[in-house]
Design a protein around this ligand. Sequence first.
Ligand code: HEM
Length: 399
Amino acid sequence: MDPLLSEEYFEHPEDMIAELRESDPVHYIASIDAWMITRYDDVRQLFADPNVSNDRSHYKGYEPAPEGSYLRWMSEHNFFSAPEDEHQRMRDLVSKSMTPRGVRRMEGQIREVVEQFAAKLRGRAGVVDMVGEFCAPIPNTVISRITGIPAKEDDEVRFRQLAREVISGISPVLDEEGRRTAENAIVELSSWVRELSEERSVRPREDMISDLLAKHGGEDAASVEEIILVISGLVAAGTETTSMGATMALRTLYRNPDQMTALRRDRSLMPNAVRELLRYDFGSAGLPRYAVEDFELRGKRIQKGQPLFLSFLGAHRDPAVFEDPDRFDIRRDTRDLTIFGRGPHYCIGANLAQLEMGIMLDAALDVLPEDSKLLEDQIEWMRLGMFSRAETMPIDFGV
Ligand code: HEM
């Protein structure tokens, strides 16, 4: 069995990744016919290398959804798969809202959403699952508010569920049931966005759907299909990521009490702390790429259609770039972070994600008692091969 699929990797991924970075930086995982890339320079270069793509249709085991299905349409026109001009147009449609200035306009809305969930934690006693009550629902609710999905409680819950189901449709291999679930979710989300678009075209509001419809005085307005693709893209890319970032950030802070205290005392450190938290531990995930043709990397022959996993942990703990990389230090220089990718697919939500995580952690530090404790051995994990995700983050608030 490959070491990356072992219990040891799950327990201490950073140790095994460090070993691979040193001795086998382009590591072949025979059981899944894929590669794990662990050096910073390689990860950074592959983000924007034309030999590889993040479009899943390049995967050798890719099974296209049935012709004419919504899933097929979405799998061919999303941020990763759309033809170049279409992709650029999608980015142009949202990029202005996502500049540092654009996201500052959203700050009030984000604070309101965070407070909605933080309020329920204030003065609590006993064990609270910070994933279920805080880290998971907030990014989803933020996206639904920003885009213009109504803020009614029931709708938000359904939106959250839909987002998960739509995201599942992105997987390059889906069984029949998975395909049906994703297809239904995409149809439902699309008709929801279509209805809202029709409503906003008559009565615009302060939200993204209205902005997209009004773009450039209506001349270059987005079509309803484009709005559906853009909003699904934001939901797919901006919810689980931010939620995972915040979840792992809490674990890192509890594991480093001195740093947690320093951040409690001086919140002006937050922007850099967020970047350091993302550098230090964003889970063991690697970003997938698929070889577009055969090519060589550090003497290894990569074959067309094989997946390559660009390890964040590998890149961000690389001692060639980060001094004493296993030390968590919220004052560290984090300029070289590659957590938001690079090149044409650079994360469009990078500013939003950092602002949102900062506001979430700020509120969390206010509600988490100083003597609260993370019950690390009670964290529940979802594990899929070499990937794992914390499904719960139980914190004992005390009595
Ligand atoms: C901690 C949170 C986040 C992390 C670590 C993250 C990371 C990334 C990375 C690495 C990429 C590049 C993917 C690739 O090259 O294959 C990406 C793309 C993207 N992200 Fe984020 N992201 C986060 C949050 C967000 C948020 C909040 C949004 C928006 C609401 C967002 C929207 C997008 C979009 C639309 C793309 C695709 C861009 C394109 O293909 O042109 N992300 N993100």
